[in-house]
Design a protein. Structure first.
Length: 110
C-alpha cells in the first residue's frame, strides 16, 4: 500500500514593493493565483458584505457617466458584436447588462 506523500509547500510569495507601478502589479497578479495568496495568509476573505451591498445600491441608481476600457481578443469582440446585433442592442449596452448581472450574482452569494 502506498503512503501518501506530504503535499509540497509552495514557495513563499514575495510581495511587490509599496511603490510598485501598474506594470509590476499586473505582472505579480498574472503570476500568482488568488488561492495561493489566501493559503499563505497574504489576503483574506472579508465576510462583511455591507459595503458591497451599499455600493451596488448606489451603482444601480447612478447614471452611466464613467468609462471602463478592457482589452479582449479580436474574436471575442466579433462574437460580442454578433450577439448584440442578434439582440438588437448596442455592444456597450450588452456588455453593461452582463456586468450588472454578474455583479448581482456575486452580491447574492452567501
Amino acid at each position: 500500500m502506498k503512503t501518501p506523500r506530504p503535499k509540497k509547500k509552495s514557495p513563499r510569495i514575495r510581495l511587490p514593493q509599496r511603490d510598485a507601478g501598474y506594470a509590476e502589479l499586473a505582472d505579480f497578479f498574472d503570476r500568482h493565483d488568488g488561492v495561493d495568496l489566501l493559503d499563505q495568509g497574504i489576503v483574506e476573505i472579508d465576510p462583511d458584505r455591507e459595503d458591497l451591498d451599499r455600493m451596488l445600491r448606489e451603482y444601480w441608481t447612478q447614471p452611466n457617466t464613467k468609462q471602463l476600457n478592457i482589452r479582449i481578443p479580436p474574436a471575442a469582440k466579433s462574437m460580442i458584436e454578433r450577439l448584440a446585433k442578434r439582440k438588437t442592442v448596442e455592444v456597450s449596452t450588452l456588455v453593461r447588462m452582463w456586468v450588472i448581472d454578474s455583479m448581482r450574482r456575486e452580491a447574492a452569494k452567501n
